[in-house]
Design a protein around this ligand. Structure first.
Ligand SMILES: C[S@@+](CC[C@H](N)C(=O)[O-])C[C@H]1O[C@@H](n2cnc3c(N)ncnc32)[C@H](O)[C@@H]1O
Length: 269
């Protein structure tokens, strides 16, 4: 890859996206090196379809990855007692689940998160619109969730006569996130247009931030082998975590670098 960075330079494995094949990068990552995996791999399907007028560009590498190998490598590079989140889709879910389980992960939940845009691909006349993203949530060893201030309790902190006061913030999250309380998993098309982000599967940085806050500590290293426009890296930066990952497409790699520069210079998102 003409990425200007040598993947084999272990000393510099922190804090960057490589313009590279994820599997090539993973092969250079030592065992237990990353503290959280939050990744959005290609599903091995084409985003081109015959049912809408607007055609998305076919994603590079979207003829599929060797998911079995990816699952084994993910398990190997993840630290003990750490969390991993893998975006998936209902029709890939059984295969992804099997691969992750075979690799050694303890699979805890399937998260179902409301999208900010309702899916406009597929058989528009004869199937339900896809209004949620799915993520397989796994552990290697055991890690408990961080206490966060993400979700206030309705009666936050008000003591009831003779009872313990409610906690101000929820300590347990549901597996399905729908409604005003929660960030959406994706943006709507006008937001993407306004911010000039052209990629068919961009994930919402605020949603990724929530997972990062729940499952990692400041300065820990977050890995995403399929960075796309760099959303996971942005969420890591905003939350004071390090990031490491790859993106195979030169166009998306450049877009990710642009977004990272903007966030690093302006803070926030
Ligand atoms: C589902 S998208 C990720 C989108 C990302 N979450 C975002 O918010 O922009 C998957 C990305 O993986 C990239 N990709 C596909 N195969 C790859 C590979 N073998 N190594 C690295 N990146 C790959 C594609 O170009 C695509 O941008």
């Amino acid at each position: 890859m003409e990425n200007g960075q040598q993947i084999s330079d272990f000393a510099n494995l922190h804090e960057q996206i490589y313009h590279a094949d994820c599997m090539e990068l993973m092969a250079h990552i030592p065992d237990g090196f990353v503290s959280l995996i939050l990744t959005d791999p290609p599903y091995g399907i084409s985003y081109q379809n015959h049912f809408t007028r607007k055609k998305h560009q076919i994603l590079e590498g979207d003829t599929g990855i060797d998911y079995e190998r990816f699952a084994w490598e993910s398990y190997r590079i993840l630290a003990d007692n750490a969390h991993a989140y893998f975006f998936t889709r209902f029709d890939c879910y059984p295969y992804h689940y099997d691969c992750l389980k075979q690799a050694g992960f303890q699979i805890k939940n399937c998260l179902v998160i409301e999208k900010g845009n309702v899916g406009g691909i597929g058989d528009l006349q004869g199937s339900f619109a896809n209004n949620a993203e799915w993520l397989i949530f796994c552990q290697k060893g055991r890690r408990v969730f961080n206490r966060t201030t993400l979700l206030p309790n309705r009666n936050g902190g008000i003591p009831h006569a003779g009872r313990k006061p409610y906690r101000e913030y929820k300590t347990r999250f549901p597996a399905c996130w729908f409604g005003e309380e929660y960030p959406k998993a994706t943006y709507n098309s006008s937001w993407l247009r306004k911010h000039q982000i052209f990629h068919p599967t961009v994930k919402n940085v605020e949603f990724l931030s929530w997972l990062i806050q729940i499952s990692s500590l400041p300065e820990e290293l977050v890995f995403d082998g399929f960075m796309g426009t760099g959303s996971t890296a942005l969420a890591a930066i905003i939350n004071g975590r390090s990031y490491l990952g790859a993106e195979i497409s030169g166009e998306y790699y450049a877009l990710a670098q642009k977004r990272i520069k903007e966030v690093s210079e302006n803070g926030g998102y």
